[in-house]
Design a protein around this ligand. Sequence first.
Ligand SMILES: C[S@@+](CC[C@H](N)C(=O)[O-])C[C@H]1O[C@@H](n2cnc3c(N)ncnc32)[C@H](O)[C@@H]1O
Length: 211
Amino acid sequence: MSLELILKYFPEITSEQKNQFAELEVLYKDWNEKINVISRKDTDSLYEKHILHSLGIAKVMEFADRTKVLDIGTGGGFPGIPLAILFPNVQFTLVDSIGKKITVVKGVAESLGLKNVTAHHMRAEQLKEKFHFVVSRAVTQMPVFLTWLRGKFEKEQFNPKHNGILYLKGGDLAEELAGLRCEIFSLKNYFEGEFFDTKKVVYLSKGNFNN
Ligand SMILES: C[S@@+](CC[C@H](N)C(=O)[O-])C[C@H]1O[C@@H](n2cnc3c(N)ncnc32)[C@H](O)[C@@H]1O
């Protein structure tokens, strides 16, 4: 199951978005032969484990047009690329400290004609721009992550609740998130399948951490 999986949970997407999601399979297979950004065993489950998982963020947060979103440690472009397809009027900045991963991200974004994606080879800590949201998956523990984000949030916001961090996490988070005021959304409430049983989106509103 590939594109059908995306259509099952996001039936409203346009034909352009359908084409872009469909193209991802070919693009990642091609790029992965040159630069390994997705483990071999996961290329067959690209749509579930990478694309749909990334889109889990969209089930808990609708980004307003013109919102600026930073994806830290994007690797081959997750969650940033699937979100950029889904939200064409939102500006996405994808950073990774490994240059060849950013080569893949730029290649995929260019092939898809994604005008709303900018990618930088750099450590997140060095980035000077400001954003409304930071998204991420599988990069570091939340307490460390928070230290990277100082000075990275816009003062302006489109809605009092709509800014902050949306982090895709799995497993038991009690220790990692102890003392933090966050909301945890279980993706098993949105998507079927064993893979999503333990997957969550952790949302920290900007007012709830030191930035
Ligand atoms: C396990 S991979 C996850 C990649 C992608 N987010 C995903 O879920 O497929 C972690 C990525 O974070 C990047 N990374 C680690 N520390 C970073 C930092 N300080 N700034 C930017 N990228 C970082 C690594 O280079 C690596 O590509």
